[in-house]
Design a protein around this ligand. Sequence first.
Ligand SMILES: Cc1ncc(COP(=O)(O)O)c(C=O)c1O
Length: 377
Amino acid sequence: MDRRRLPTPALLIDEARFARNLGRLNARVDALGVPLRPHMKTVKNVELARRMLVGHPGGATVSTLGEADHFFAAGFDDLLYAVGIAPGKLDAAARRIRDGMNLTLILDHPEAARAVAAAAERTGVPFRVLLEVDADGHRAGFRPDDPTLVECARILERAGVTAAGVMVHAGGSYACRDRTCLKRIAEKERDDAVAAAGRLRAAGFEAPVVSVGSTPTALFADNLAGVTEVRAGVYAFMDLVMAGLGVCEIDDIAISVLTEVIGHRSDQGEVLVDAGWMALSRDRGTADQAVDQGYGLVCDEDGKVLAPEVIVRATNQEHGLVGRRDGQALDTADFPIGRRLRVLPNHACATAGQFERMALIAADGEHTESLSRCRGW
Ligand SMILES: Cc1ncc(COP(=O)(O)O)c(C=O)c1O
């Protein structure tokens, strides 16, 4: 389809930038000698996932059982479900394993370990589990020296469940302000993962898997000795948060929302577009960064940034208000009704999550292929 005939708002993925982003991370992990287990929470699409897996046959990461089903149906059978398992989902997980899915779960609490052990005994399914370790106080996980790490492996072992190793996601990297911080967090993520696996091994467990990663740490790690796989997802599309962190350039952002000018607020020097929070999402991830990009940075129809100050300043459900960050007036004559613009989003996963389909813009910049996205849990 011709890009110019796409109905708005539409989710666009620039194929050339997407490919460049994959190449960059692949080169990085190849240099460090560790395979990638890409996280599919960002692309949520089989065709793009296949491209991410080229050269990395070790499987994929998912953030919902719905994603696991979507990718399993397309032939991906080695899936790490990287959200702490809810006991209420264990029967559903057991059904999938019985159907042939090689599904790995994660947990970080003895009660969760007991729930998995009980489900294994009840269903006869020998779950495979990674123990989540917290390297930076960001979210979930055992502290690396927490004695319950080994206790959980024992609870699982007694029920025939394999504690296959450890998993760390250093989401604290998203709060970094400079390269030194990114490098330090990447090092801490590796160190804590390797130390936790070492504690399991010292207690007699094999713990073959040491899984680490986020896009910032994957791109800024200098040493991954002892790590067996790296996970990253947002690297495929990149976004304004990653650019604000210094992890990529604005020019690397492959995702945008195509929108059309629908009105003027000439007195205020602002324009209205048909992309509100329903299209852009409510994510304000750049609000705490040095440059607050509002709800997104505005580009022309071909994806060229108009001016660094022109952003979506506010949103209603289906309206976006485009203005200048510095409060100066836009010349509304530059934005005739019907002019098409693109908005680069704060957070690729959140914005993409608003859409059922995305248009992949070919390298010629004109033609698009419509790709579906999996949704739900
Ligand atoms: C457990 C886990 N691993 C890997 C990732 C990928 O990180 P990123 O989105 O920075 O690529 C995420 C993202 O939320 C995650 O939760």
